[in-house]
Design a protein around this ligand. Structure first.
Ligand code: PLP
Length: 459
């Protein structure tokens, strides 16, 4: 395994041998080969000393940037004070403090926390909670939803490619279209449902923002039919969309709120399902049922203390306000810079969760107009990855939405500098300017693949 200058990197080879061989091959195919070795703030460096600005933020986890000094200092202090990280025969006191703070922060109604380590596990908690609290089994979820990779989470995601290899999944999970209240009402009416799980914005499906009022109405419909309304804010929560939680802007409080990613700021694995007390009480509120859910590392002291510090820094630095202002600036500047581009369909999002949708447009070039199907297919299969590749070569880290490759997602740390926003707008604009027709784009993709092939697809 060699990098593009033929150097050998033993850890890459070990990763390919012992962790994920196919992933390393794919990186080689696309020519991604970089080994990232250091990170600070919104910057990363590879082993060749090249600098990158991070507009991926570990899929939206690094809200405070990499290794934020205040958090690192607090972590040193936590590690030095001989805390009890795990005990299991007594209350985890730091989990209690964090849960109380989360309850206050969410307005007081979501006052019991079920802690776990990943977003996917928070989804598992919510499904078990909803089934145990309602005595019902059916779960409704939305088309193109993404909720993680555990078997429970997979059962409620709307992407066949991810689900199909693992069928049969949980029975009695029903899919309905996103942002469709009539379908929700029909689904809730047809069967008694334990819950409806939904994201406030479908990030991995391509930053799909529902109509204003959808979430509020959906919650009301769930209430009418006795189903719990579970809101998955694993990606949108903790300030990312310009408010601490996306639901705050929509005039509702979910029955269960799921948090992950930004709760641990990319430094500690922590997630939770926050529930209303009466829901949790019904599900797990007795001596026979208190231990029906949990895991060894859940609610560990280090993660909880770090998460409390993250909450403090998030409010002290007004990260949600920063996300709102900077997100507006980024969206506006990108829209202006790419206006009229034949392959840019839309710039959309909330706060610093921004999507650039690529594909055929009405006013596009000749090929674009004659064969929109071809342009559409190329956009979905190649264009987004190609654009992120070109950005990477210019020192910018960004990725297409994982389930919709024609939408480039931009989600920098929430305290990103204005200069970095301008940098990304400038480079995105410059790259797109070079390709206002399809043929130069296809030629460039072909040449790149050819170069990689001649190099033996090396990393
Ligand atoms: C909305 C949403 N829910 C759940 C998850 C799963 O989180 P994790 O990867 O931590 O399991 C993700 C991850 O991208 C997500 O975006």
């Amino acid at each position: 395994m060699t990098d593009e200058r033929g150097r050998h990197h033993p850890s890459v080879e070990r990763y390919a041998d012992h962790v994920n061989p196919a992933f390393v091959k794919l990186l080689g195919t696309f020519g991604y080969g970089r080994v990232f070795v250091r990170a600070k703030g919104a910057r990363l460096w590879d082993d060749a000393g090249r600098e990158y600005v991070d507009f991926l933020s570990a899929f939206g986890a690094m809200n405070l940037g990499h290794n934020p000094p205040a958090l690192i200092a607090a972590m040193h202090a936590f590690l030095d004070d001989e805390m009890v990280n795990l005990v299991h025969v007594g209350p985890q006191i730091h989990a209690g403090d964090l849960a109380a703070e989360l309850a206050a922060l969410t307005g007081g109604e979501l006052d019991v926390a079920m802690f776990s380590l990943s977003g996917s596990e928070a989804v598992e908690s919510a499904i078990k909670l909803a089934r145990a609290a309602t005595g019902r089994t059916r779960v409704l979820y939305t088309k193109n939803a993404f909720h993680g990779n555990g078997l429970g989470a997979l059962s409620v995601i709307g992407h066949g490619r991810l689900r199909d290899p693992f069928e049969p999944l949980l029975p009695e999970c029903g899919e309905i279209p996103f942002d469709d209240l009539a379908a929700l009402e029909a689904g809730l009416g047809a069967h008694r449902c334990a819950c409806f799980i939904v994201e406030p914005i479908q990030a991995e499906a391509g930053v799909i923002v529902p109509a204003d009022g959808y979430l509020k109405e959906a919650k009301a419909l769930c209430e009418k039919h006795g189903a719990l309304f579970v809101l998955d804010e694993v990606q949108t929560g903790m300030g990312r969309t310009g408010s601490m939680f996306a639901f705050e802007e929509q005039g509702l409080v979910p029955d269960v709120l799921l948090l992950g990613k930004g709760l641990g700021a990319g430094l500690v694995p922590i997630s939770c399902a926050l529930a209303k007390r009466k829901v949790h009480q019904k599900a797990f509120g007795s001596a026979e049922r208190f231990d029906l859910h949990g895991s060894t590392y859940a609610a560990n002291a280090l993660s909880c203390r770090v998460a409390r510090e993250i909450l403090r820094l998030t409010s002290e630095l007004d990260l949600s306000g920063q996300a709102r202002r900077k997100g507006e600036r980024l969206t506006r500047a990108l829209a202006e810079r790419t206006r009229g581009h034949p392959f840019v369909r839309e710039i959309r999002g909330r706060g610093l969760l921004v999507g650039v949708e690529l594909g055929p447009t009405e006013g596009g070039g000749l090929l674009n107009r004659l064969v929109p199907g071809l342009v559409d297919a190329l956009s979905r299969k190649v264009f987004g990855q190609w654009l992120s590749m070109r950005l990477l070569e210019r020192g910018i880290l960004a990725q297409p939405a994982s389930q919709q490759w024609n939408v480039l997602k931009l989600q920098p740390p929430l305290d990103v500098d204005d200069a970095d926003l301008e940098l990304v707008v400038r480079h995105t604009g410059e790259i797109l300017d070079q390709y206002r027709e399809l043929l130069p784009l296809v030629r460039d993709v072909g040449e790149r693949l050819g170069k990689q092939m001649r190099g033996g697809w090396s990393f």
